[in-house]
Design a protein around this ligand. Structure first.
Ligand code: ADP
Ligand code: ZN
Length: 293
C-alpha cells in the first residue's frame, strides 16, 4: 500500500510517496508560490501514484479543530496568498483519498517519537529553528492540540543585556523566541548570513542562550522526555553543547532527572535522528493514521 505525504513549508513543498510505516520511496519538491500555481503541481505529482491516503504536515497556524467549518485551513500567515487557504479540503477533493493534517512540527515530533530520537519514550518535543521557529509535541503517542496547537516559537524570553536587538523582529510580539532566535533574526541583528558566521561569532552564544531559555521553559512546563532541535540554524552543530550547558545553568539543579546532568544531557537535547526526513516521515505516518493503517 502506498501513502502520499506533503510537507508544506513557507519556502518549498516537499511531496513524497512512501509506506504506511514511514519509508520514503519517491520525493519531489516545488517552490511555495501561490495556491493557484503550487497546488496543481502537488496534485499532479501525487496523482500519478495509486495512493490510499494522504498525510499533510504544514506550516501554520492551522485550524485543527475537527468540528470547525474551516478545519484543515491555513489561518494566518505572512504569505498572504495562503491565508485562509483550505489545504486539507482541496487536496482531499482533488486527490479523492482520505487525508489528515497537522502542523509540520507535530508531524516531525510524531516521526521522531515513532522511529527516531523518541523511540521507547512517552513524550517528545520537536523544535525547528529556521526561517521561523515552531515546536511540536507528542505525549503518550498523541500530538498535542488543545485550544489550537502549541505556538512554542512565540513564547516570551528574557532579552539579554548584551543583545543589540533585544526586542526581536516578530511583528506580533516583543522578545518572543522566533523574533529573537530565528535565522532571519540572527541575520538582521548581525547583518551577516548565519551560514557564513564562524563558530566564534558572538551570535552563537546569544542564540544558545535563547534556545536554552526555551528548553528550560519547556522542561518546567511539559517535562518532555527528549528535546529534538532541527531546522537550518541547528546545522551549526556547535550550538548543541552550548545549549545543553546553558539549559543546565538556567535550571540550576532544580529539576531532578538524570537527563539533566552533565552526563545525561547529551542524550536529552539532540538533533533529529531522522535528519531532514522527520517532517516527511511524519506526514506519511499521519496519512497512514487517516486510514488506520
Ligand atoms: P525553512 O525554515 O524555510 O523551512 P530552514 O530550516 O532551512 O528552512 O531554515 C532556513 C533558515 O535557517 C535561514 O534563515 C538560514 O539563514 C538558516 N540556515 C540554514 N542553513 C544554515 C546553516 N548551515 N547555518 C546557520 N543557519 C542556517
Ligand atoms: Zn512572536
Amino acid at each position: 500500500m502506498l501513502i502520499g505525504a506533503l510537507e508544506a513549508g513557507g519556502t518549498k513543498m516537499v511531496c513524497s510517496i512512501g509506506t504506511p510505516q514511514g519509508g520514503v520511496l519517491q520525493r519531489a519538491s516545488f517552490p511555495t508560490v501561490s495556491p493557484e500555481v503550487t497546488v496543481p503541481q502537488i496534485v499532479d505529482f501525487l496523482g500519478k501514484f495509486d495512493i490510499a491516503a494522504l498525510g499533510i504536515g504544514s506550516f501554520g497556524p492551522l485550524d485543527l479543530n475537527p468540528a470547525s467549518p474551516t478545519y484543515g485551513n491555513i489561518t494566518l500567515t505572512p504569505k498572504l496568498e495562503w491565508k485562509g487557504y483550505p489545504l486539507l479540503a482541496e487536496l482531499k477533493k482533488q486527490l479523492g483519498v482520505p487525508a489528515a493534517i497537522d502542523t509540520d512540527v507535530n508531524a516531525a515530533a510524531l516521526a521522531e517519537y515513532e522511529m527516531g530520537a523518541g523511540r521507547g519514550l512517552s513524550s517528545v518535543l520537536y523544535v525547528t529553528v529556521g526561517t521561523g521557529i515552531g515546536g511540536g509535541l507528542v505525549i503518550g503517542g498523541e500530538m498535542v492540540h488543545g485550544l489550537v496547537h502549541p505556538e512554542i516559537g512565540h513564547m516570551m524570553l528574557a532579552p539579554q543585556e548584551n543583545d543589540p536587538m533585544p526586542d526581536g523582529i516578530c511583528p506580533f510580539h516583543r522578545h518572543c523566541l522566533e523574533g529573537l532566535a530565528s535565522g532571519p533574526a540572527i541575520e538582521k541583528r548581525w547583518g551577516l548570513s548565519a551560514k557564513l558566521m564562524t563558530e566564534d561569532h558572538p551570535a552563537w552564544d546569544l542564540e544558545a542562550t535563547y534556545l536554552a531559555q526555551m528548553c528550560a521553559n519547556m522542561i518546567v512546563t511539559v517535562s518532555p522526555e527528549v528535546i529534538v532541535l532541527g531546522g537550518g540554524v541547528m546545522q551549526q552543530a556547535h550550538l548543541f553543547p552550548k545549549i545543553r550547558e546553558k539549559t543546565l545553568a538556567i535550571l540550576n539543579g532544580y529539576v531532578a532527572s538524570s537527563c539533566l546532568t552533565e552526563e545525561g544531557v547529551d542524550a536529552y537535547i539532540v538533533p533529529p535522528q531522522l535528519g531532514i526526513n522527520s517532517g516527511v516521515t511524519g506526514a506519511l505516518l499521519l496519512g497512514a493514521k487517516a486510514i488506520g493503517a
